[in-house]
Design a protein around this ligand. Structure first.
Ligand code: GLA
Length: 739
């Protein structure tokens, strides 16, 4: 997969899906010859360098494609790396020293990353560039995967010189593209409306997204895509770049005056510096690059497969995820053991598999003003302890799960009274509060040790098989008592390294627990978290219509198996909207399915519906959680009134299609939803869910060939009299089974 041509000083990474070709320039700089369509190996591509790079001294500002650009020597674009030396200068002359081609993929110490299970699955090349004067050695690492159109890239910096160095920018990836004829696609949002798709033409200058909040955040997601203006879901070039990181990030594109585009992503340099003493090493997070000529759908599929199968890990990676009921929207803080057992008992009767106890079980937490940090059970509410409740739940035949928020402390808590200095803040300055809580300094080892111990005790105290790990505020007044004044720039990165360390310890200690990450819903929904928690609470917004947009946007990079999606009560607690129970389920089915309501409040009719939903999901869970996901029509397209998507089993023997219509408009015209990913030559028997004998069911309950279903599509032709009765928020699922 990786070819080195000594005579051409060229490295060619190729896997039949894409080529990534590097060359060493005359001055030793590492350059990019080509990224994109697969090109033949066994050939030189040196002719792609029109102007050999000898440094910028003769033609200042030439837009040569560089892999590790540094400032101050004629490349006026954004740097990939900036390192301050003892004299205060940041100029480096990084020149090729050697490279190593390795089978498989080495891990990145302390950071989450994709991996290979067998050596043949991936190949890695590490290229060392050295700056003789400072003694800095930069190792650029590239892994190409055999079966996915993806390259993983990360950087290691080693100080082999005699003096302290200070890193101020260390991007994980720099990608110099020869033209700027792309649209930038990215995901923006806020609490309860995360990951909305935004798109804009690249224009001269810099366009960037970032976080400085301590988490990757709902405001921007550490993922961007470039697509040609003509690229669709199924055709055309697309490049996706995702950062495997959960802290402050930057993703940026610069279009420079000659019309080329430089993409870079990594730790946000605005809130980062790192001291590198002689002998020390620093590793950046990894960035994943996907290239395809087959549209945004193929780009997403590459991310989905890689994230689901070679980023997520542990016992739950490949196991069917349980259908859960979570008590949060059902009870909020107002519960006791009997009420929880009552909810679980009904849930069990409905076929639900896991009961999750959310916030409020510890300390004296009757609202959100106290007790975070006091991870011991509140016996007023749960006299039998976690163990007592967990046993009652498991005796019912349900698994038991628990909510925790390890990174936080309430001022009203025993932990804060004992260790006020563990909370992040600057002595002598007021602390900004968020949700009446403070953030613990996870950059300190004693804090991580303490949390690993107390949480280990709780998680080991009973039959717990699931943990929801929440994180409900951003970081303010960043400063750590354990860092020297000139190292405070390390604060944010050290915080997230501490989070990863705690995750690592708890997931190792409890390999059978399914971890779900959460941050006020989807505030830390990123590839870094997926390495520890294979699923995440997608959003606190459980409204079915809002979820169409949130799940659609999330699916650009993240697999369906990572998106927690629950049916909740109406009027919806976030929007006040009243949607049919069937539509709430039909949306949540395209996620890791569950309920977030008081099951004892369901009427008999609703219980019957829920029983049917649970049975449906169990029957098609494999396809819904792990099938190839296709976005057919979306909330960000046209008038956004119709959304349709589908998941297809790997053997194309079964598929589930969801069609959703937001507002009911009178006298609708006929509509056709063209399907994807089917076997054109096979016959598919179509059934409609829920089973309502209306015009849509009559038009589609047929056996049709895959080619017919792809070329012509499902027939959404609502009878105008029937349609009048549907009201808004209509949905229908279609199950296709190969005959
Ligand atoms: C956050 C989570 C919710 C719930 C509450 C509990 O908002 O996203 O799902 O767990 O905290 O306080």
């Amino acid at each position: 997969m990786i070819e080195w041509r000594e005579a051409d000083r060229q490295l060619h990474l190729a896997n039949g899906h894409l080529s990534y070709i590097l060359a060493i320039h005359e001055n030793g700089a590492l350059g990019l010859l080509h990224v994109g369509a697969p090109l033949a190996t066994g050939r030189s591509y040196r002719h792609l360098v029109v102007r050999p790079f000898r440094g910028f001294s003769n033609r200042l500002g030439d837009p040569v494609a560089l892999e590790c650009p540094t400032p101050g020597a004629g490349d006026y674009r954004m740097p990939g790396l900036a390192v301050e030396q003892p004299d205060g200068s940041t100029v480096l002359e990084l020149a090729y020293r050697e490279h190593r081609i390795l089978a498989g993929k080495p891990a990145i110490p302390g950071l989450p990353s994709t991996y290979a299970e067998a050596d043949g699955e991936a190949e890695t090349v590490e290229v060392d560039l050295a700056d003789v004067r400072s003694g800095l050695v930069v190792t650029l690492s590239y892994t190409i995967f055999r079966d996915v159109a993806a390259v993983a890239r990360s950087v290691r910096l080693r100080n082999q010189g005699p003096a302290d160095l200070r890193i101020s920018t260390a991007m994980s990836l720099v990608l110099d593209l020869p033209d700027a004829g792309w649209n930038l696609v990215h995901l923006v949002g806020a609490w309860a409306r995360e990951r909305q798709v935004v798109e804009r033409r690249l224009v001269p200058g810099r366009q960037s997204i970032s976080s400085g909040r301590g988490s990757s955040s709902a405001a921007h997601n550490p993922f961007v895509a470039l697509r040609r203006p003509t690229t669709t879901e199924t055709h055309g070039e697309a490049i996706g770049v995702a950062l495997v990181y959960s802290g402050n990030f930057l993703a940026e594109v610069e279009v420079e005056p000659y019309g080329t585009a430089r993409v870079r992503t990594g730790i946000n340099p605005e809130t980062f510096t790192w001291a590198l003493a002689p002998g020390e090493e620093f590793a950046t997070p990894e960035a994943i690059l996907v290239w395809t000529a087959d549209g945004l759908g193929a780009m997403s599929d590459a991310f989905h497969r890689l994230f689901r199968e070679r980023l997520a890990r542990g016992t739950w990676r490949d196991r069917p995820r349980p259908i859960l009921v979570n008590n949060w929207e059902g009870t909020y803080f107002d519960f006791n053991e009997e009420r929880l057992v009552a909810i679980a008992t009904v849930a069990r009767d409905l076929g639900i598999e896991l009961f999750v106890l959310d916030d409020g079980w510890f300390g004296k937490r009757d609202d959100d003003t106290s007790s975070l940090g006091d991870w011991f059970v509140d016996r007023r509410k749960l006299p039998g302890g976690i163990d007592g409740l967990a046993r009652r739940i498991t005796d019912l035949g349900l698994a038991f799960g628990l909510w925790i928020e390890p990174e936080m402390v309430s001022e009203r808590s025993e932990l804060f009274a004992a260790h006020p200095d563990w909370a992040i803040g600057i002595p002598g300055r007021p602390r900004t509060e968020g949700r009446q809580q403070l953030v613990l300094d996870l950059g300190r080892t004693e804090v991580v040790d303490h949390l690993a111990r107390v949480l280990g005790e709780i998680l080991g105290s009973g039959p717990i098989s699931y943990v929801k790990w929440d994180m409900n505020r951003w970081i303010t007044e960043p400063w750590s008592a354990t860092l020297r004044a000139d190292r405070q720039g390390e604060f944010f990165h050290r915080y997230i390294l501490g989070v990863y360390e705690l995750y690592r310890r708890l997931t190792r200690a409890f390999p059978d627990i399914l971890f779900e990450s959460c941050a006020s819903g989807g505030d830390r929904f990123d590839a870094g978290m997926l390495a520890y928690a294979p699923q995440a609470w997608t959003s606190d917004d459980t409204d079915a219509i809002e979820r169409l947009a949130i799940q659609w946007g999330s699916s650009l990079a993240y697999p369906v198996s990572s998106m927690g999606a629950h049916v909740s009560a109406v009027p919806n607690h976030q929007t006040g909207r009243v949607t049919p129970l069937a539509t709430r389920a039909a949306v949540a089915f395209f996620g890791v399915f569950g309920y977030e309501l008081d099951t004892t409040a369901l009427t008999d009719d609703e219980q019957a519906e829920v029983r049917d939903q649970v049975a449906f999901y169990k029957k098609h869970r494999d396809v819904l959680q792990r099938g190839r996901f296709h976005r057919l029509r979306g909330p960000f397209e046209g008038d956004g009134n119709t959304t349709a998507w589908m998941s297809v089993a790997d053997d194309r023997g079964r598929a589930v299609v969801g069609v959703y219509r937001v507002l009911n408009r009178p006298a609708p015209g006929p509509d056709r939803i063209q399907l994807r990913g089917l076997d054109p030559d096979r016959e598919y028997r179509i059934t409609v869910w829920p089973q309502i004998a209306d015009g849509v069911a009559r038009a589609n309950t047929l056996t049709r060939r895959g080619d017919d279903l792809e070329a012509v599509g499902l027939l959404i032709d609502l009878d105008r009299h029937e349609a009048a009765g549907y009201g808004d928020f209509w949905s229908r699922l279609f199950v296709l089974e190969a005959a």
